[in-house]
Design a protein around this ligand. Structure first.
Ligand code: SAM
Length: 265
């Protein structure tokens, strides 16, 4: 066992049943291409290998990549590839030509960069089908939260416009080594783009959401004006939202607001 590096968010899963449940949740099929983010010492990888799917593991830690290479050689797994790279630099579209269906993503994510990984997956949403990801329970709760709650924020809105999300099960700190301080949860995200068709300008939409939640306590009139999203002239159709605070807007309202300012602002 390699010694865990805190800086890489290493908490290795040591419970085989939980590992089985996570792998089963991605419904692996021999024709799938599955990208595993942060395989570490292979808690999920061995189980994935047995499914017959093509598995691409992206691991930043050279020591873990070496352990995996050893395991692959020993077991004779011909369907697994280990790429020693930072997942935040990995080009998910590189596999698009090989795949008949969208990629599946699986991973017990490094908790320190979970949001960045999620934003990266959103960037590559055109190539991704289903993602099964373990993360801090608190982050999963933020992602699935609805408007009107204190958890609702940038991650909730941006994930929910790109994917149908649901929390599958929670996981105790006791099944990891070293043990994290917090509970974890496994989240399923199906990148079907449930709201994308309604958004007239996606880049503008993300700017609107980020500007709105960037100053969470302020009314939208202030935060959007401060972000330079409109000047003195406020588009008529946006007025109904401007006295509200960002957590009061559901996804459809954010879309209407952004579409309106994008057209008239
Ligand atoms: N999958 C293993 C398990 O369940 O035991 C390890 C999970 S551990 C929470 C997160 C893994 O992600 C570690 O192996 C860590 O080295 C790797 N990792 C951290 N940052 C990474 C990055 N930027 N790119 C790729 N892998 C990364």
């Amino acid at each position: 066992m390699i010694s865990a590096k805190k800086s890489l968010g290493q908490h290795f899963l040591v419970d085989r049943n939980i590992a089985r449940n996570i792998v089963a949740a991605c419904e692996p099929h021999p024709s799938d291409i599955i990208v595993e983010i942060g395989p570490g010492q292979g808690a999920l990888t061995g189980l994935l290998a047995e499914t017959g799917a093509r598995i691409i593991c992206i691991e930043i830690d050279g020591r873990a990549a070496e352990v995996l290479h050893g395991q692959i050689a020993k077991e004779g797994w011909s369907n697994i590839e280990v790429i020693h790279e930072d997942v935040l630099r990995y080009d998910f579209s590189a596999l698009a030509g090989d795949a008949d269906a969208p990629l599946k993503i699986i991973g017990n994510l490094p908790y320190n960069i979970t949001s960045q990984i999620l934003f990266r997956l959103i960037e590559y949403r055109a190539h991704i089908g289903t993602a099964i990801m373990m993360m801090q329970k608190e982050v999963a709760d933020r992602i699935i939260s609805a408007h009107g709650t204190k958890e609702y924020g940038i991650l909730s809105v941006l994930l929910q416009v790109n994917a149908a999300v649901r929390k599958l099960f929670k996981v105790s700190p006791n099944v990891f080594k070293p043990k994290p301080k917090v509970w974890s949860a496994v989240l399923r995200a199906d990148f079907t783009g449930p709201h994308l068709d309604a958004i007239s300008d996606y880049v503008h939409f993300t700017r609107t959401v980020k500007a709105a939640f960037g100053q969470r306590r302020k009314k939208l009139s202030n935060s959007l004006r401060n972000a330079g999203m409109f000047g003195e002239h406020v588009p008529e159709a946006a007025r109904e939202f401007l006295d509200l605070r960002p957590e009061q807007l559901d996804i459809q309202s954010f879309i209407r607001l952004s579409n309106t300012i994008a057209t008239h602002g």
